[in-house]
Design a binder for this molecule. Structure first.
Ligand SMILES: [Zn+2]
Length: 409
């Protein structure tokens, strides 16, 4: 009998704002309650610095050079990749996708494998503005989905966007923390009501819950207000809380670097999908051995930030897209960043976690080694740089929607 599995991504939630990660901020009792029966990964990282490419890598289990999704809009997730929802269906689960933001609608290809996928249309306009759905709308849709699913075990992906809402208010140019009301809404309303829905359907106790964020948030670190323009840890590090009845129980912490691309192979492992049926070119690996307390070699992670043009409201940038603005390789010890203009950065993360001192010149050997790792990782994959473009919707409408969401000033 399969577990119900709920993969939850909370837009732009940094781990240090979750009580389970930061005892100084005990303000997320619902998430902390899930963490109390889960493995808490303290060094989990994403692979892109804004929503669409980050979610594509999460659901496809592949770095952006393979998904082909580097921008907010207009790119199709590489069709040859089998997504986590497609594997869930293969494992016998009924699948539901709840993206909450129109930029994740089904033309991205991210709906592949979902029996039900709730595209966001203008009729869903809510909150302070924008074409997105609030957590309570998402939870109501989940409630209906679970009613329709009857006794079938399910795999659901839910993307809660409510925390992102403060981007809309451009009259407040500087935020060094999330607005309190939005953080409370995420924990008490979005996740509290999510649990209530599961309880109503008698699915809470046996549910596997994987909670993460698509990416972090700068909160003025390195001078950035939101996210998307750089690949420092404020935006690459995400919470990852893994509750899996029968595997996790007492709260446990794993400090090794793990990645969003590891989530898909971990689920393949837990669903008992034979190794012979796993893709040969997976970017990630199963975390089941780590969760069982076995040792694993530390892994390197890849991340990138895409061009600035998109944020200037020029949707045509989609058609001119050539490559990412910067790319990074991260180990537990170092992060190496290459900009498209050739600039390079190297940070010693253990002694300089805020990434303030560029050590490219002080540690040329490390920089060279990581440069080689980056080139190895990208070799043979650049064919996806110009991925299939999606025919644009009404361009003015798209720009207006992005403005409503706070992406475009
Ligand atoms: Zn996002």
């Amino acid at each position: 009998m399969s577990h119900d599995v709920f993969l939850i991504s909370i837009d732009c939630l940094r781990p240090d704002y979750v009580g389970a990660y930061n005892r100084l901020r005990r303000q997320t009792p619902t998430i902390d309650g899930i963490a109390a029966e889960a493995v808490l990964f303290t060094e989990a990282v994403c692979h892109a610095t804004f929503t669409t490419p980050a979610v594509a890598s999460l659901l496809a289990g592949a770095y952006p050079p393979r998904t082909g999704v580097r921008l907010l809009l207009g790119q199709l997730c590489e069709p040859t990749i089998t997504t986590v929802a497609e594997y869930a269906r293969r494992a016998g689960l009924t699948t539901g996708g709840f993206p909450s933001n129109f930029i994740l609608n089904s033309p991205t290809g991210l709906s592949r494998g979902f029996d039900y996928y709730r595209d966001v249309v203008d009729g869903h306009r809510s909150g302070r503005g924008g074409c997105w759905q609030t957590g309570d709308q998402l939870n109501a849709a989940l409630d209906r989905f679970l009613t329709d699913a009857g006794q079938q075990p399910v795999f659901c992906w839910l993307h809660y966007f409510d925390l992102h809402d403060y981007h809309v208010d451009r009259t407040v140019p500087i935020h060094t923390s999330y607005p309190r009301d939005l953080r409370d809404r995420i924990d008490a309303e979005c996740l509290g009501e999510f649990q209530t829905v599961l309880r109503r359907h008698h699915r809470l106790d046996g549910a596997a819950i994987i909670l993460t964020a698509d990416h972090g948030e700068c909160l003025m670190q390195h001078g950035e207000r939101g996210h998307g323009h750089h690949v420092y840890d404020s935006v690459l590090r995400v919470p990852l809380i893994w509750r899996w009845p029968g595997l996790t129980g007492d709260p446990r912490q794993i400090d090794q670097q793990v990645r969003h691309v590891d989530i898909l192979p971990t689920l393949l492992d837990l669903w008992g999908i034979p190794r012979g049926e796993w893709p040969a070119d997976l970017d990630g690996r199963s975390l089941v051995p780590l969760m069982r307390g076995e040792s694993m070699e530390p892994a390197t992670s890849y991340a990138e930030a895409s061009p600035r043009q998109l944020f200037q409201g020029d949707i045509k940038a989609i058609k001119q897209f050539a490559g990412p603005e910067m790319q990074a390789i991260r180990t537990e010890e170092f992060k190496y960043i290459v900009h498209d203009n050739g600039d390079r950065e190297l940070y010693a993360l253990r002694t300089d976690p805020l990434e303030m001192a560029n050590r490219v010149e002080a540690m040329p050997d490390v920089a060279e080694q990581m440069d080689g790792q980056l080139r190895d990782l990208l070799r043979g994959r650049e064919s996806c740089f110009a991925s299939a473009a999606i025919a644009p919707e009404d361009e003015q409408l798209v720009v207006q929607r992005l403005r409503d969401l706070g992406y475009v000033a």
